[in-house]
Design a protein around this ligand. Structure first.
Ligand SMILES: Cc1cc2nc3c(=O)[nH]c(=O)nc-3n(C[C@H](O)[C@H](O)[C@H](O)COP(=O)(O)O)c2cc1C
Length: 305
């Protein structure tokens, strides 16, 4: 039995496999199908101060190796999460990373302050890939100087709970954004969120997504994600969590070898709800087979010469 424990700031995970935000609901939807405390952790659907209805349908379409979504950050809101979801989640014994976002800097700080104070929320993941109302609709995560300031302001209210900042891949160079998180006092980076994409129904000649563009995820994005995660790992000293198209143990191993301290699985949860648990078991068997006593001995072992 290999030692699969990894650290994300002050938080120790029993293994490095986490389910990604927006693909695992509030955990409870999956609790009947698997033992959710066996995952390293799960990320909640992105939470905001007020509930949100999300975008109009159609808001999901398939691609040959993934999907495009424009859910529009639909969620129950932080009050309902605390009152209705969290007490039941606590009973499962799962490790919970609360993913959150806001429309303004003040919203972000207030959402983080509320979530950090909740028993049963073990870490926070800040999604900065949403339009910034204060800044006239450009993404919060699209300006490194602003991202550093936002990270600093949010970190102050996180108490001792780790603050993970989730980066958008929709930038020319991800490295200044990774540095901004580190300089702002963030405890970890998760990368990547979805890439922008679109699809057209050739019969109706209409976009497959009501809002025309959506976020592309799944196996199609893995090579892009791996490269961006590797760039983040090379740029900062804080842990990086790799996300993007993970569908098998080998996919997860690629991210770990590239230097990711943990991985998140998103779209593939829709195909195989218990995939995170399976990957953690397969990782354990792999480490035993390869005589790797601790998974941390594997992380960042990429040979490039
Ligand atoms: C339907 C759907 C909803 C998502 N909702 C969120 C969200 O609320 N917050 C967030 O940070 N990421 C969200 N994501 C992005 C995923 O967490 C993940 O970063 C992305 O899908 C890439 O991983 P994958 O290729 O394994 O799916 C969502 C993705 C999908 C497919």
């Amino acid at each position: 039995m290999a030692d699969l424990r990894v650290r994300i700031g002050a938080l120790e995970l029993k293994n490095p496999v986490i389910s990604a935000s927006g693909t695992f609901g509030y955990g409870l939807e999956f609790a009947d199908m698997m033992d959710i405390k066996k995952m390293g952790a799960f990320c909640t659907k992105g939470l905001s101060l007020k509930p949100r209805a999300g975008n109009q349908m159609p808001r999901i379409c398939e691609t040959p190796c993934g999907m495009i979504n424009s859910i529009g950050l639909e969620n129950v809101g932080i009050d309902a999460f605390e009152a209705e979801k969290l007490p039941k989640i606590r009973q499962t014994g799962a490790t919970v990373i609360a993913n959150f976002f806001g429309d303004t800097e003040a919203d972000y700080v207030e959402a983080a302050r509320r979530l950090a104070a909740m028993e049963g929320v073990h870490a926070l993941e800040m999604n900065v890939s949403c339009p910034n109302v204060d800044k006239g609709g450009i993404e919060f995560g699209g300006d490194p100087a602003f991202l550093e300031k936002l990270t600093g302001a949010v970190k102050k209210v996180c108490d001792k709970k780790p603050l993970i900042v989730k980066l958008s891949p929709n930038v020319a160079d991800i490295r200044p954004f990774a540095l901004a998180v580190e300089n702002g006092g963030g405890d970890a980076i998760s990368a990547i969120n979805t890439l922008k994409g679109m699809g057209i129904d050739v019969k109706t000649r209409r976009p497959k997504i009501k809002r025309v563009f959506g976020g592309l995820s799944g196996p199609a994005i893995k090579p892009v994600a791996l490269k961006m995660v590797y760039e983040c790992v090379k740029t900062v000293k804080i842990p990086v969590i790799g996300i993007g198209g993970i569908a098998s143990l080998d996919d997860a191993l690629e991210f770990l070898i590239a230097g990711a301290s943990a991985v998140q699985v998103g779209t593939m949860n829709f195909v195989e709800p218990a995939i995170c648990q399976r990957l953690a078991e397969e990782l354990n068997a792999y480490c035993d087979r390869e005589n790797i006593a601790r998974v941390t001995d594997l992380i960042g072992t990429l040979q490039t010469d």
